[in-house]
Design a protein around this ligand. Structure first.
Ligand code: FES
Length: 237
């Protein structure tokens, strides 16, 4: 068995090796219209090696069919290589601390329920608010949000088996990113490796401005993205 990793091919697909399981999950919403969790839709047949479309134009999705060549896909990787913790903003409440790296956001919106994660953290001496804040942070697919227990200094993380999930966003009626779980190594086209994290989301629509990571471009308009960048001061970094 070859070693488990995702290799980014220059201006091409993701080559996945080591028999990493591949699933499809759908984002479900609650009665108030907030995204709440992801449910299994499908497991793909096991393969030792496969290539996943990164340009968004394959006719054989989720697999690559070579279309990136004919459309002249520019898959240049522009994401920062600084470790997550050095880029994250810190936000604290009485019992919880949040680290938040805005530029990694895949805009799946799990952190907006019950007044939003920051409000919940402020109210975290209330056990219900604390529980909801933990749920919201742990399900954040992109790993933008990490929540820490101030007493123990430990982060709240689900233990994931190494796997890749094709996210479908029912509410936005579109396909979302690849959810890469369980610290799978991701190798850049230049041969270096990205920080290994429990959860990250990789762009598979070809439109992200923070490649290889998803930046929400699979459903957000240019105007929405601009507002988000202004709100979080991303252009000043
Ligand atoms: S899949 Fe989210 S920006 Fe491409």
């Amino acid at each position: 068995m070859s070693s488990r990793k995702i290799k980014i091919i220059k201006d091409g697909p993701y080559r996945v090796t080591g028999g990493i399981p591949l699933y499809q999950q759908n984002i479900v919403t609650d009665e108030a219209g907030h995204t709440r969790e992801l449910i299994d839709e499908k497991e793909f047949p096991a393969r030792e090696t496969y290539t996943l479309c990164r340009c968004g134009e394959s006719k054989d999705k989720p697999y690559c069919d070579g279309t990136h060549v004919s459309i002249g896909f520019d898959g240049t990787e522009t994401a920062s290589r600084k470790p997550y913790i050095e880029r994250a903003e810190i936000f604290e409440g009485p019992e919880l601390k949040l680290t938040d790296c805005h530029e990694l956001c895949d805009h799946s919106r799990f952190c907006l329920r019950s007044g939003g994660i920051r409000k919940l953290i402020q109210d975290s001496s209330d056990q219900e608010a604390k529980k909801t804040a933990i749920e919201e942070a742990m399900i954040c697919p992109s790993g933008r949000l990490v929540l820490w227990d101030k007493k123990t200094g430990k982060s709240f993380e689900k233990e994931f088996k190494q796997s890749i999930v094709l996210i479908r966003d029912e509410q936005k009626q579109c396909e979302g990113p690849l959810w890469v779980r369980g610290k799978i190594p991701i190798e850049s086209a230049d041969g270096s490796f990205y920080e290994q994290r429990n959860r990250v989301t990789l762009c598979r629509c070809g439109k992200s401005e923070n490649k290889p990571y998803c930046d929400g471009s699979h459903w957000m308009t240019a105007d929405m993205k601009l507002k988000f960048r202004k709100k979080w001061g991303l252009d000043k970094k």
